[in-house]
Design a protein around this ligand. Structure first.
Ligand code: MOS
Length: 754
């Protein structure tokens, strides 16, 4: 095996603040996002969305649209050509939330569902033609009701990721324990539908060459998308190539394919020309996913001292008529606290809305909002410090699985957070704390997120110009994956960071992980190291077998490689040769190593540990009752996520998630018109997200306990955990400031005026 250059200068870039290697490309405008690629003869497509949410298309009049200048075709069910359905494959492949191919039937199941596609020489002509298509409907009343009642369904239901038991977890006798508990709390918490709203809209460009399809797509998972497209067009996967160089974020909406991809590909097939389809912001609210609405009843039974006796979490969430997305609000509930009696159940309620989807921290984010809110309410009821209540109920093992945690330092998170926030100064009396004439509210909450690996493959090339190239079919969705891979390759080879070229987002490369579940980084570490090691082994073989090499006639195992130079072990580095000189002497452009790392996610073998990341948030709000002005003024977050490869980008992840959490707590909600089922606030003006002006100082601290169960560096993921728990910390701070307990997000000014 290659020596692991622990002590080399390059190795130390792991765990160091590292500016993004792709930063200059982005700030100079050189980075090409999906719709920045242009192709000869390219056409523009604009979809026509249904203006009802329930019913049938009875007539589609395209005659005016077809005659408009620049219009090439108006596609609909009658002329789009064959598009097959896709199904989930073995392992973690073929994933798709809305299986129905576009135009498969005349049934309209949600507002904005694509019913036609205008294709023209320019975007403007396509848009005008799309607007000129006239549809007649047999409309029925849409169901977009906000109160959720679980539908009558079997004990086990099919979800996107497989069958799920509706009694998700159970231990002890939660009913009897609750009935007998001295202290009982029973509340329902509601989170609204939220729309992802990445800055870059969904964008797809399809190009056919014979029976080969290339799709430029803004995607969080190019490999999965290739598999789905291959099925939909009846192609061998090797005939499909998906390219995603830069992504203007996705938050989960770009994890799994939506119907715009096959629509663009089918149109391009019919016309024999490249077709581009970029969604307008309004359409981002229709057919590319959202976080489902959740309604979660939490029942806590406790002793008067605050020890949990019973925990019941029964939640219902919305889904569309077409998707089987499971919003797993109960995932964290089963393991967050020590409690002998527990039951978690879920139910679903169909609505005439587009497909639900993973949105940053799916499941745990709404789930922990409910559980952490209930814990804060229990603390208030018992007059116990909410931090103390958590300490009192800290579990020793994952009680849902009876497994030890691979690494859990929640207590240290709580202690460090309390110290940094100055929590001990908190006066628990409502409205009792002031600063500069403002009423202060302080709240806190815990968070957690699963840690696992997807399968990952990478190749690493060492080249004769002294550079190193790393390639994998994973993506950088703005989180820092380009930089992480450069750091990993640099650390393992000793080649300086600026000499490492990283290439991602192309299914021509070895299959990399989706950028989802906060799992890209933990998945890829071992694969990069293995690929680098193999390239180094190959280099050593070259070293000893090249005539005239200073290592000729030695054994490969006698050669060492550190900091980009080769030397004989027994000579230390007295006589060292840079690797690129050796390659030049051997007339080799490069040596290549391939590395793989298997999945733990979905592994049928029983795990030995429960692998999770943990953390907590402390939030301060200011409240001015005179003008009903509520602001989040300060947040301290402590995250225990194993080894942090790049703390600079890591802090950015948590800060960004906290700001998104401010939006979740105070601003975000997608509203549907009961008349026609349309998302009403489908613009950046009307759908409020937290922006710079809403963002307070967010102080982020990472603990440093490498978790070697995940990979050689002990890195877990950090993309999502920062959004878990924060809304509960904020709503408890709101209660502390105002005395108003809001149990339905977002907290609105009118809630506080009562
Ligand atoms: Mo995240 S919802 O796994 O993109």
């Amino acid at each position: 095996m290659a020596t692991h250059p622990q002590a080399s200068p390059a190795a130390s870039c792991i765990g160091r603040d590292t500016v993004r290697v792709d930063g200059p490309l982005k700030v100079t405008g050189v980075a090409q996002y999906t719709s920045d690629f242009h192709f000869a003869g390219m056409l523009y497509a604009v979809p026509v969305g249904a203006t009802i949410a329930n019913g049938r298309v009875t007539k589609l009049d395209t005659t005016t649209a077809e005659k408009m200048p620049g219009v090439v075709a108006i596609f609909h069910r009658g002329n789009i050509g064959k598009i097959f359905r896709s199904i989930a494959g073995s392992g973690f492949s073929g994933i798709c939330e809305e299986r129905r191919p576009p135009f498969e039937d005349d049934v309209v199941r949600y507002y904005g569902q694509y019913i036609a596609l205008a294709v023209a020489e320019t975007f403007e002509a396509a848009k005008a033609a799309a607007d000129a298509v006239r549809a007649s409907y047999a409309a029925e009343e849409p169901n977009v009701a906000s109160h959720l009642v679980a539908e009558d369904e079997p004990e086990e239901v099919v979800t996107t990721f497989g069958p799920m038991k509706r009694v998700q977890s159970q231990r002890g006798d939660p009913d009897a324990a609750f009935a007998a508990a001295p202290i009982k709390l029973d509340h329902t918490y509601v989170t609204p539908i939220e729309t992802h709203n990445p800055m870059e809209p969904h964008s797809t460009t399809a190009i056919w060459e014979g029976s080969r399809l290339t799709l430029y797509e803004s995607s969080q998972g190019v490999v999965n998308l290739r598999g789905v497209l291959a099925q939909m067009f009846g192609l061998p996967p090797e005939n499909v190539r998906v390219i995603t160089k830069f992504v203007g974020s996705g938050f989960g909406s770009k994890l799994w394919p939506w119907t715009l991809c096959p629509l663009a590909a089918a149109a391009a097939r019919q016309l024999g020309r490249p077709v581009r389809l970029v969604l307008a912001r309004k359409m981002m609210f229709h057919a590319v996913g959202h976080r489902p609405r959740t309604q979660q009843r939490v029942r806590l039974g406790a002793t008067a001292e605050g020890k949990l006796i019973s925990l019941q979490h029964d939640y219902v969430y919305t889904r569309s008529m077409l998707d089987a997305h499971h919003e797993d609000c109960g995932e964290a509930t089963t393991l967050q606290y020590s409690v002998p009696n527990l039951r978690v159940t879920f139910g679903r309620a169909r609505r005439n809305i587009g497909g639900g989807a993973d949105m940053r921290g799916p499941g745990r984010v709404p789930g922990l909002y409910a559980i952490e809110s209930a814990m804060n309410e229990l603390a208030h009821r018992l007059n116990i410090d909410p931090l103390q209540l958590r300490m009192l109920n800290e579990p020793q093992v994952d009680e849902s699985k009876g497994l030890p945690f691979s690494s859990r330092h929640m207590v240290e998170c709580l202690q460090l957070g309390a110290e940094k926030f100055d929590w001990s100064r908190r006066n628990p009396a409502v409205g009792s704390m002031n600063r500069d004439g403002l009423i202060l509210g302080w709240g806190m909450a815990e968070c957690s997120w699963m840690a696992a690996r997807f399968p990952a493959a990478v190749y690493v090339q060492l080249r004769d110009d002294g550079s190193c190239r790393v390639a994998s079919a994973t993506q950088d969705i703005g989180t820092g994956t380009y930089t992480n891979l450069a750091q990993l390759a640099s650390a393992r080879t000793g080649i300086p960071l600026e000499k490492v070229e990283v290439q991602l987002g192309d299914t021509s490369f070895p299959e990399g992980p989706i950028s989802g579940g906060s799992m890209a980084t933990p998945s890829i570490v071992n694969a990069v190291f293995a690929a680098a090691d193999q390239a180094i082994e190959s280099l050593k073989t070259v070293a000893v077998s090249t005539p005239g090499s200073p290592f000729a006639n030695h054994k490969a195992e006698d050669v060492s490689f550190e900091d980009g130079v080769l030397f004989l072990k027994n000579e230390r580095r007295a006589k060292s040769v840079p690797f690129f000189e050796l390659l030049r002497r051997a007339n080799l452009r490069q040596v290549t190593g391939n590395g793989q790392s298997p999945a733990t996610f979905g592994d049928p073998n029983p795990p030995k540990f429960s692998t999770q990341s943990f953390g907590c948030h402390f939030a301060e709000v200011t409240w001015q009752p005179e003008i009903a002005r509520l602001r989040v003024s300060r947040v301290v977050s402590v995250i225990d996520a194993g080894k942090i490869i790049n703390p600079l980008a890591g802090r950015n992840q948590i800060q960004g998630a906290v700001v998104m959490g401010i939006g979740m707590a105070l601003l975000e909600a997608t509203e549907y018109d009961p008349q026609n089922g349309a998302p009403l606030n489908s613009s950046f003006a009307d759908y409020l997200v937290a922006v710079n002006a809403d963002a307070p100082p967010v102080e982020v601290h990472f603990l440093d306990y490498p978790d070697k169960e995940l990979n050689q560096l002990g890195a877990r993921g950090i993309g999502e955990i920062g959004l878990a728990g924060i809304a509960a910390a904020i709503t408890d701070a709101v209660h502390h400031a105002t005395g108003v307990r809001v149990r339905e997000l977002p907290v609105r000014i009118e809630d506080l005026l009562a």
